[in-house]
Design a protein around this ligand. Structure first.
Ligand SMILES: [Zn+2]
Length: 213
């Protein structure tokens, strides 16, 4: 396996550590973390710093109501379970196998040899596995907001660079890209997108630095 060169941007990792990421994105982050020592270490640092960061945030002059809402949201955040119940199987990391309920993906054909397997779809967005034959472009995929793509097998390239196994691409609506699977084994990706305006209010602020890329 070649070294991972595209990691989780800091604000996304912070949102994940705080438990405020919508489920589809959290799955992609969990899958990357399970494949990447660098991000696993960064996440662990975040979790230890969590309290300090929060104190700093609440020390800033915020209106009482905002503060209250923020604290309530963090209280509601589900704790991160870093030990997935399912084990890695083939190219599929533990968190993906958990979403697959331990079974192999049930692929649906999209045409041109491209297949997908939807793992979760709801108000907070959707997350799916994509199978793209070598040399094939990812079919038209409009994304209204944030899109995370994690490579599980093979590789793809687009206008922003090349992405191999373990690499995470973060794209937003400003990025018009045409990912094409490279030669070699078929490219299998885990991809999450959000439904427009379905983020809770806290997440977009955390993600602002990404939108500015
Ligand atoms: Zn990483």
């Amino acid at each position: 396996m070649t070294a991972i060169t595209h990691h989780i941007p800091e604000p996304l990792l912070a949102a994940y550590a705080a438990g405020t990421l919508p489920k589809p994105f959290a799955l992609v982050i969990a899958a990357h973390v399970s494949m990447c020592d660098t991000c696993r270490a960064a996440l662990s640092a975040h979790e230890h710093m969590g309290g300090a960061v929060l104190e700093e945030m609440t020390a800033a002059p915020v209106e009482a109501e905002v503060k209250e809402a923020l604290m309530a949201m963090l209280d509601l955040a589900e704790p991160i379970d870093e030990t997935p119940l399912a084990k890695r199987s083939g190219v599929y990391p533990g968190p993906v196998m958990e979403a697959l309920k331990g079974r192999p993906p049930r692929w649906k054909k999209l045409g041109m040899g491209v297949k997908q397997c939807i793992l979760d779809a709801g108000d907070a967005g959707s997350v799916r596995l994509l199978y793209i034959p070598p040399g094939q472009a990812v079919p038209d995929h409009t994304h209204g907001g944030l899109e995370l793509t994690l490579v599980l097998q093979g590789s793809f390239s687009d206008e922003t660079g090349s992405f191999g196994v373990g690499d995470l691409e973060v794209a937003n609506e400003d990025l018009e890209h045409t990912p094409v699977a490279d030669d070699g084994p078929a490219c299998i990706c885990l991809a999450a997108t959000d439904a427009p305006l379905k983020f809770n209010a806290f997440v977009p602020r955390l993600l602002q630095p990404i939108f500015r890329i």
